[in-house]
Design a protein around this ligand. Structure first.
Ligand code: CP
Length: 312
């Protein structure tokens, strides 16, 4: 297979295992490119991309922008905070005005779940979801799976636990879909209040005890507690959360194997993960960030290929 089965990358839910493998194979080639002295290829010279960020971002925003520039696309950046959204302009009006400037592809982060799917039905452009509320963050899951594959080989049969605030996490849902499509076993672990009620219906194991979860897994993906999405308290105190769900050096050293530690960022040092773990060789957090550029280059390249094909 040499092209995606979808025109837009809105969520891992809509990708086939073959789509994911194609993105990973394409990212292998772009990873080689970005490690050359000249890190740039002309692949998207004819494509204009708008990065629309309605919510804060460091990694995803910069990583998409760098991926676009490495592919020689023309790039415009939009930040809701400095835009006419503040004057009441709707999402569809905002995007249609940007598209009138002959933009081919939109990368969008939005606080509302389903914003990408909604937009794809109302505007004439290809959309890549850069995170929609607590719903999906497809490129994060693609780069996470790619980083595990790079470290441990084929995902099939690997055991991955996602730890922490599963309830508010788009990273968790996209990772569950992506890892399962690649044949991995997935467990979620966290306080019962931060686990969605019907999470087991997705085919994941559920564990409340962090030690047991770490004893089971090959990889632990540590998630941040998303205070910005909470209007009530979900656990008694940060201190108690750290005691029960924080990963520290002592806990990892007490296991009878060395597991891989991941984190999508941003990290709350000393909460879900201590600095001595985050900065250790056991953690692949910065490898994830590096791989994010190659994965986003692959996604943009493959979506642009569909644009050219449909234009023929
Ligand atoms: N991992 C991630 O999405 O980070 P940002 O919010 O900084 O983009």
């Amino acid at each position: 297979m040499s092209e995606l089965s979808v025109d837009n990358v809105l969520g891992i839910k809509y990708l086939t295992p073959e789509d994911i493998q194609l993105i990973h194979r394409t990212a292998d080639q772009f990873k080689e490119v970005i490690n050359r002295p000249i890190k740039k290829v002309p692949s998207l010279r004819d494509i204009t991309i708008a990065n629309l960020f309605f919510e804060n971002s460091t990694r995803t925003k910069l990583s998409f922008e760098l991926a676009e520039k490495r592919l020689s696309a023309d790039v415009i950046n939009f930040s809701a905070a400095q835009s006419s959204v503040k004057k009441g302009e709707t999402l569809v009006d905002t995007v249609n005005n940007i598209l009138a400037m002959k933009v081919d592809l939109v990368v969008m982060r939005h606080p509302n779940p389903g914003a990408g799917v909604f937009l794809s039905k109302h505007v004439n452009a290809r959309i890549v979801n850069a995170g929609d509320g607590a719903h999906e963050h497809p490129t994060q899951a693609l780069l996470d799976a790619y980083s595990i594959r790079e470290k441990l080989g084929d995902l099939s049969g690997k055991k991955v636990v996602i730890v922490g605030d599963i309830l508010h996490s788009r990273v968790a849902l996209s990772n569950i879909y992506c890892l399962q499509k690649l044949g991995a076993e997935v467990m979620v672990c966290g306080p019962a209040t931060l686990l969605p009620k019907h999470i087991a219906s997705l085919g994941v194991k559920v564990e409340l005890n962090l030690r047991k979860a770490l004893e089971w897994c090959d990889v632990a993906n540590m998630l941040r507690v998303q205070n910005e999405r909470m209007d009530i308290s979900y656990f008694p105190s940060v201190r108690e959360y750290v005691q029960q769900y924080g990963v520290n050096r002592e806990l990892l050293d007490s296991l009878d194997k060395e597991i891989v530690i991941m984190h999508p960022g941003p990290i709350n040092r000393g909460v879900e993960i201590t600095s001595d773990v985050a900065d250790s060789d056991q953690a692949i957090i910065l490898n994830q960030v590096e791989n994010g550029v190659a994965i986003r280059m692959a996604v943009l390249y493959l979506v642009a290929a569909k644009i050219r094909r449909n234009d023929q």
